[in-house]
Design a protein around this ligand. Sequence first.
Ligand code: F0G
Length: 532
Amino acid sequence: MNPVIEELELAEPYIGGLLASLGLGVQYLRAEGNSLFYRDSAGSEVSVLDMVGGYGSTIIGHNNPEIVAYAKSLFDQRIPIHAQLSEHPIANEVAQKVNRIIQREFETSDAYSAVFANSGAEAFEIAIKHAEFDRLMKVAGLAEEIGTNVESARSAVSAGAGILVDEAHARLSADAGLSGDAGVDEVISGITRVNGERMAAAPVFLAPEGSFHGKLVGSVQFTHNADFRTPFTSLAVQCRFVPMNDPDALAKIIEAERRTLFDLVVEGGTVRVVERDLPTIGAFALEPVQGEAGIRPFDRETALRIQQACAAVDCPIIVDEIQSGMGRTGAFFASSHIGLQGDYYTLAKSLGGGITKTAMTLVRNTRYRKEFELVHSSTFAKDGFSTLVAGRTLDLLEAEDGEVYRLAAERGSRLLEMLNSLRDEFTTVIKDVRGKGLMIGLEFHDQSDSASAAIAGYAGAGLFGYVLSGYLLRLHAIRMFPTASAANTLRLEPSVYLTDAEISRLESGLRSLLVLLRDEDGSGLLPAEPAE
Ligand code: F0G
């Protein structure tokens, strides 16, 4: 008999079952500020303290009243949501607002052009797509110059010029398989062939180990976690991951990726082979505070090293502020704390004010290729509703001289202070507390050798963090998750409206969890087996 559709779980059914087994299978019916509400089996509403904040999408809280009222007013006005290929002054205003912030936080007069998107991964893919487009245009320009130069050299040789045999000539001869007495035509066809092969090679993209930039076909290759990345390596260009604890690694990798094109110059009646740098590196991409890797901020010294290594080969830097941006770390851009100005910025998550799916990619105007607009588009990007909401969200973030940023820094320090005191008290359980503003990681020691078989089992299976999440939700109505690539680190990304009372509530929930872990008491940690 065919199954009855109503009885089937069809929307990503596997994850639903997994969540239920960990005590995380809850349907939320209402959300406000830092709270999500569900109804328990008796029908009473339970208020859950939300530290997940939509993976960092609700810096101004769930259903922020000002944003909700504004959204309602937009619907009442019947604003056009879909008006593709028409004037879009509102998107322009959003871009201008972000530019004003960039100019202030990075003390620069540089301007950035904006391309809109619908999700973080999409914004990131726009950045790499644009970087490759720019690189190819540079390569094409170089090829054209070389084409002109070799024709001048051919004419010079016809008019009696000789070809200088030097080291560059020897490298060309070796790479192109030329004989020692090759004439100008052979030299030129050798150059054309070798250059053609080198220009056709795929670009190299670089990112620090631990990076996360999304899970679409292109962006997942910049996501270090092999479980997410390697099944799909055949589908897109690869990224090389750079160990950032080795100060020289980036410069060394960049040096190793250097390639040249051969060219000819005519100098004083002699034709000489020269080599020109070929742009091989598409971009270096990083999160100023790595999110998925378990909240790991980069420091100023590392930022400087990155800038110097990239500048040496004119490699653009993509600063992914999708999670760290929009004020979460106490400034709009987390990268501004470490003086790392990017050639590209990607924004998403909280840019939507907690109610829309919107994202943008900013490209420094000195690199921006207007032709990109003819080869990239999206039906939903830049829609009237999300663009207006993004504009209002930016106003809210910037209001009162940056009150939201101040709150993020102040609430963040208060939260860190509480977590640090728990760490001092539970040194055998908490390994580290780190972060900036309201982007905080609480790392637990590995528990795979716990005296409790249950704790050890989950830790061994990489599910430890989710067991903690289940416990906190069931017993303390606190919502907090590990990051996907750091199973022992719980991430805290609440809104700036986090109250002292909420911090105390979190403290007492965490304290009872820490006591169970310290005492290696696994029985209290997991949901009871349902009665037969
Ligand atoms: N870049 C960063 C730094 C992210 O943290 C994320 C998503 C993305 C890109 C992709 O954005 O999901 O809108 O396509 N991070 C989520 C997280 C998954 O758990 O923080 P997306």
